[in-house]
Unconditional design. Structure first.
Length: 206
């Protein structure tokens, strides 16, 4: 999923629209559920329907929130009288289990609202990016550089782990340099300046 500053205008608008829709689904769902101290007392027919709709878009919404630079996790520490394991809880993927940790649904809504705000604030920048030819050149370069990592993922390896490792970042950096260099030389050739550039490089070496 592309970082929010690397998406065109229409993708920005799509993400805002889906985040707003998700927010409404979450609010309506929790308005149709009653709780006791352990499990929901009642999940009515409307809540069951909403739960299905939420599950259908949950992973995509999670990606949108992460791509906005928001970490939708909180640190949970159980009451000393109850005991248990403390640790980070992913609010989005645990949306239907928050009551077990006595976490308010407002924590999810807060993260969604923050994501909406970030995308809304970037709307004008997204429009400028969309009209900028260099933005699309960068997208093409990104696509080419990511091909080896996509292939790694397709054959069963953990793409994200490899891509975020030191070796993966080094390889990615080298691929960027090669791709950008090749694109630069191609542009010079099309403009008729390639031989002049070669002569300039030779003078620098000498």
């Amino acid at each position: 999923m592309s970082w929010y500053k690397k998406i065109p205008y229409w993708e920005n608008r799509k993400r805002v629209k889906m985040l707003i829709k998700f927010r409404k689904l979450v609010v309506n769902y929790f308005n149709n559920v009653e709780y006791n101290s352990c499990f929901p007392l009642r999940e009515n027919q409307e809540a069951i329907k909403l739960r299905h709709e939420i599950n259908l878009c949950l992973d995509k919404i999670y990606s949108y929130i992460i791509s906005a630079g928001i970490n939708p996790t909180i640190y949970y520490s159980p009451p000393p009288a109850i005991g248990g394991i403390a640790g980070d809880i992913d609010l989005i993927h645990n949306i239907f289990h928050l009551h077990r940790f006595e976490i308010s649904p407002h924590c999810i809504i807060d993260n969604v609202d923050r994501a909406i705000g970030i995308y809304e604030d970037d709307k004008k920048n997204a429009l400028f990016r969309t009209l900028n030819p260099f933005f699309w050149t960068g997208r093409v370069i990104d696509f080419i550089v990511e091909i080896p990592f996509k292939l790694i993922g397709e054959i069963g390896f953990n793409r994200e782990k490899i891509e975020s490792s030191l070796l993966g970042r080094v390889i990615k950096g080298i691929l960027y340099l090669i791709t950008v260099g090749a694109a630069f030389l191609t542009i010079l050739e099309k403009l008729g300046y390639l031989n002049d550039f070669k002569s300039w490089i030779q003078r620098l070496i000498k």
